[in-house]
Design a protein around this ligand. Structure first.
Ligand code: ADP
Length: 479
C-alpha cells in the first residue's frame, strides 16, 4: 500500500535553490517512490514558481486569513515531482531572495515560515481538496520547524520528522510574536519554544517531532556537542534516542563523468577523457603548465567552509607544482583574498566569483583534487562529486566529510580502501600538512590512480539513503 508523506521546505530543486537543502528536497520524492512512499513537496509560491508548474495548477486548499492575508495551495508537477505551492502573496510575492531583499532579512520571516508550517499542519489534520492526506509530515530546517509543533497543538493524526541540514540557522524570533504566530503562550518554556529569551522555530521542531534526522551520522553525533550544537546541543542530546544521521545521495543523472554534457566522457575503466578535460580547464582559465595536482574549490566562500585557510598554504603548494581554480561567492573578504591570490600567480591560480553549474561540472571533470576544508559540514556534496569524478577529495574530518572520505594513510592504502585525504583539526597547520601529502600522493601515480578508482566505484546515488528514510517513516507508523 502506498503511503504518503508531506515534505515541508523553503527550497526545492528545480524550483529554487540556495544550498544543498534544495537538492535533498528535490531528490527525495523520486527516490522514495521506489519504496512505495508518495511524497508531495510543500513550499512557498515565490514569484514565478506557479508559472513553472508543468501541469495546470489545481486549487487544493484555501484560507481567508493566513497570518494576515488570503492564501491558497496550488498543486502541480515539476520534473515529475508533486509539488504543492503555498500561494500567499502578502508573504511571498516580493522581489529579492527567498529570505532577504536589498534591505537584508525580511522583517516578517517568522510569520512567513510559520504560515508555511501552519498550513502544512492544517493539511495533516484535514487533507487536501483532492483527498490526499499524509501519514507523515517531514519538515526541513528552521523554515519547517514550527510544523511538528503545530501538528501537536492541532492534534493532527500524523507522525513527524524534522531534518537538520544546518544547525547554524535556527529561526529566532521576538517572543512578542507568540500570539501572532498562533503559538500557545504556555509553550514559551525552556523545554519547548523558548531559546535564551527568544523564540526558535528550529528548537520548536526538535522538541515536538517524533524523530530528528540530520544529513550524516557524524554530524548527528557532533550536534550533541557544544562545539557544533550552536546552543541546541542539550536539546538534541536530550532526544538522542530519536536522532539519526542519514547521508545525502548524489543525483547520478546529473553527476556522472561518463554522460556529462560538459565533458569529454570518462569512467574508472577508461580515464583518458579526464586528461583532456584537465587540459581544457587549464586553457579555459588561461593558466600555464601545472606539473603538480590541479586543485579545485566549488563552494560558498564563507568561514564555515574554511576558505580562509587556503591562501596560507598556497606558496608551498605552488612551489611543489600545484595549481588552483576557485568557483564561488560569499563573504567579501574571502572573495578578495582568492582574487588577490590569482592576481599574484595568474599562471597557476584561476578564480571565478559567481555561481555557475556548468563550469562546476567542467571543474570536477578537469580537476585532480577538490578541497573542502570546512569547519563543520553537515553532509557536503562536493566531496561526493569529487569521488564520482575521480577528483580526489581533500577534506576536513568533520560531519559528512568524515563519513564519505577514507583517508589515504598507509594502512588504508595497503588495504586498498583509501578514497581521499582527511585532516583534523580544521586549522592552517593541519590543512598545510594535508596539502603537502596531496602533492606527494600525486607523484605516486600508481597509488593516485587506485585512489581515484576507489572513489569512482562508490555507490553514491540516493538508493541507500531513501531506503533509510522509508525505514524511518515505517518505524514511526508501526510505533
Ligand atoms: P552548502 O549547502 O553548505 O552550500 P553543499 O556541499 O551541501 O554545501 O552543497 C553546495 C551545492 O552548491 C553543491 O551542489 C555545489 O556544487 C553547489 N555550489 C556551491 N557554490 C557553487 C558555485 N559557485 N557554482 C556552482 N555550484 C555551486
Amino acid at each position: 500500500m502506498t503511503r504518503r508523506v508531506l515534505s515541508v521546505a523553503s527550497e526545492c530543486v528545480p524550483l529554487l535553490k540556495t544550498g544543498g537543502l534544495a537538492d535533498v528536497v528535490g531528490a527525495l520524492p523520486k527516490a522514495l517512490a521506489d519504496h512505495d512512499w508518495q511524497m508531495r513537496v510543500m513550499m512557498p509560491a515565490y514569484p514565478g514558481l506557479i508559472e513553472r508548474l508543468a501541469t495546470d495548477p489545481e486549487i487544493l486548499w484555501t484560507d481567508a486569513d493566513l497570518f494576515g492575508g488570503t492564501a491558497n495551495i496550488l498543486g502541480g508537477k515539476v520534473d515529475g515531482i508533486d509539488v504543492v505551492l503555498l500561494n500567499a502573496p502578502h508573504l511571498y510575492d516580493r522581489p529579492g531572495g527567498p529570505y532577504s531583499g536589498p534591505q537584508g532579512d525580511y522583517w516578517d520571516n517568522a510569520e512567513r515560515f510559520a504560515a508555511l508550517s501552519w498550513a502544512a499542519a492544517a493539511i495533516c489534520k484535514a487533507g487536501l481538496g483532492d483527498g490526499w492526506k499524509p501519514d507523515i509530515l517531514h519538515a526541513h530546517d528552521w523554515q519547517g520547524g514550527f510544523a511538528p509543533a503545530y501538528v501537536r497543538y492541532m492534534k493532527a493524526p500524523v507522525k513527524t520528522v524534522i531534518t537538520v541540514h544546518n544547525i547554524a540557522f535556527q529561526g529566532h524570533a521576538d517572543p512578542a510574536k507568540l500570539a501572532a504566530l498562533r503559538l500557545p503562550p504556555e509553550e514559551f518554556r525552556a523545554d519547548a519554544l523558548e531559546y535564551y529569551g527568544a523564540l526558535s522555530s528550529l528548537k520548536a521542531g526538535l522538541v515536538a517531532a517524533d524523530a530528528i534526522t540530520t544529513v550524516s551520522p557524524t554530524y548527528a553525533n557532533e550536534l550533541m556537542r557544544p562545539e557544533f550544537g550552536m546552543g541546541l546541543q542539550g536539546v538534541i542530546a536530550a532526544r538522542a534516542a530519536t536522532v539519526s544521521g542519514i547521508l545525502n545521495g548524489v543525483d547520478t543523472e546529473v553527476w556522472s563523468p561518463s554522460k556529462d554534457p560538459e565533458l569529454a566522457p570518462y569512467s574508472a575503466a577508461k580515464m583518458a577523457g579526464k586528461a583532456k578535460n584537465r587540459a581544457a580547464l587549464i586553457k579555459e582559465f588561461g593558466l600555464g603548465e601545472v606539473p603538480g595536482p590541479l586543485a579545485i574549490v566549488v563552494s560558498r566562500l564563507t568561514a564555515q567552509k574554511g576558505i580562509d585557510l587556503i591562501p596560507g598554504a598556497l606558496d608551498e603548494f605552488l612551489g611543489r607544482g600545484g595549481g588552483l581554480i576557485v568557483l564561488g561567492s560569499g563573504e567579501a573578504a574571502l572573495e578578495g583574498a582568492v582574487a588577490q591570490a590569482a592576481r599574484g600567480r595568474p599562471d597557476r591560480i584561476g578564480v571565478m566569483i559567481g555561481y555557475d553549474e556548468a563550469l562546476s561540472h567542467r571543474m570536477f571533470g578537469g580537476g585532480d583534487a577538490v578541497l573542502v576544508p570546512s569547519r563543520f559540514e553537515p553532509c557536503g556534496l562536493t566531496q561526493m562529486y569529487g569521488l564520482a569524478y575521480g577528483t580526489v577529495p581533500l577534506v576536513a574530518a568533520t560531519g559528512g566529510l568524515a563519513d564519505t572520505v577514507i583517508d589515504a594513510n598507509p594502512a588504508a592504502v595497503s588495504a586498498g580502501v583509501a578514497t581521499g585525504l582527511t585532516f583534523h583539526p580544521t586549522d592552517g597547520l593541519a590543512f598545510g600538512q594535508a596539502m603537502r601529502r596531496l602533492c606527494a600522493l600525486y607523484e605516486d601515480r600508481k597509488t593516485w590512480s587506485k585512489i581515484q578508482r576507489n572513489g569512482m566505484k562508490q555507490n553514491l546515488d540516493w538508493s541507500q539513503s531513501s531506503a533509510r528514510y522509508a525505514a524511518l517513516y515505517e518505524s514511526l507508523l508501526d510505533a
